[in-house]
Write a protein that binds this ligand. Structure first.
Ligand code: ADP
Ligand code: MG
Length: 247
């Protein structure tokens, strides 16, 4: 949860256009190792596009992204190699429905990290135990609750031993009573020093866990700060309006 000053991701004048529509209008930011950055903003403001650009799920139409010092927007870079170090968790879990929980977790470590099956399964069971879901190893995603599925999606990302975790509204699709268990796991990760970029509408999480809160509007970072200053003293008019609706 602390910031030690080392830059993990540097975004330089990031732009993304879909045809004539400019979703990102020149974002320059640094994410430091161990930092937890929470991104908030109105629907359609570019939050997902920004997050997805960080691991090149969206290919920027301008600017650069340096991850661990490497310009991953350079076409010569093997993006798969770098993407493996960036875990991503979506609103809709995206588990493989026809694979068991254990298979969901071990698939990428076996295929991409070339781990042998027994080792990958052993590690997966440790992770499952950690989130209290070890008895679900042989279940299928459809047999789990939304909160359990999302915790498995997080664990599946962790199995790749990522250097950063990107979360795009991880609790937005959950029934209210399941939001807490997912946020609690994310909070634990933050406390263990995981670098995290989190798009969320959970202002309590932002206040409690974020090192920095960022307000994105119309494809720009309009305002940011520590949660204390950000929530106590918002300056941007659109941010004030936004906060009056969500707080
Ligand atoms: P947010 O996550 O903040 O709700 P998004 O990043 O998903 O916003 O979208 C930002 C804007 O870019 C929206 O106006 C959206 O309609 C547009 N957009 C996103 N993806 C695409 C796409 N693949 N093609 C065209 N427009 C898109
Ligand atoms: Mg979004």
């Amino acid at each position: 949860m602390t910031t030690n000053g080392d830059v993990l991701i540097r975004v330089e004048n990031l732009q993304k256009a879909f045809g004539d529509f400019h979703a990102l209008n020149g974002i320059t930011e640094e994410i430091h190792k161990g930092e937890v950055v929470v991104i908030i903003g109105p629907s359609g403001s570019g939050k997902s596009t920004f997050l997805r650009s960080l691991n090149l799920l969206e290919v920027p139409t301008g600017g650069h992204i340096y991850f661990e010092g490497v310009d991953i927007t350079d076409a010569k870079v093997d993006i798969d190699k770098h993407r493996q170090k960036m875990g991503m968790v979506f609103q809709h879990f995206n588990l493989f429905p026809h694979k068991t929980i254990l298979e969901n977790i071990t698939l990428a470590p076996i295929k991409l990290l070339k781990k042998d099956k027994a080792e990958a399964e052993k590690e997966a069971r440790v992770l499952l135990k950690r989130v209290g879901l070890e008895e679900k190893a042989d279940s299928y995603p459809s047999q789990l609750s939304g909160g359990q599925k999302q915790r498995i999606a997080i664990v599946r990302s962790l199995a790749m031993n990522p250097d950063v975790m990107l979360f795009d509204e991880p609790t937005s699709a959950l029934d209210p009573e399941m939001v807490g268990e997912v946020l609690e796991l994310m909070k634990q990760l933050a406390q263990e020093g995981m670098t995290m970029v989190v798009v969320t509408h959970e202002m309590g999480f932002a206040r409690e866990v974020a090192d920095r809160v960022m307000f994105v509007d119309e494809g720009r970072v309009k305002e940011q700060g520590t949660p204390e200053e950000f929530f106590a003293n918002p300056k941007d008019e659109r941010l004030k309006e936004f906060l009056s609706k969500v707080l």
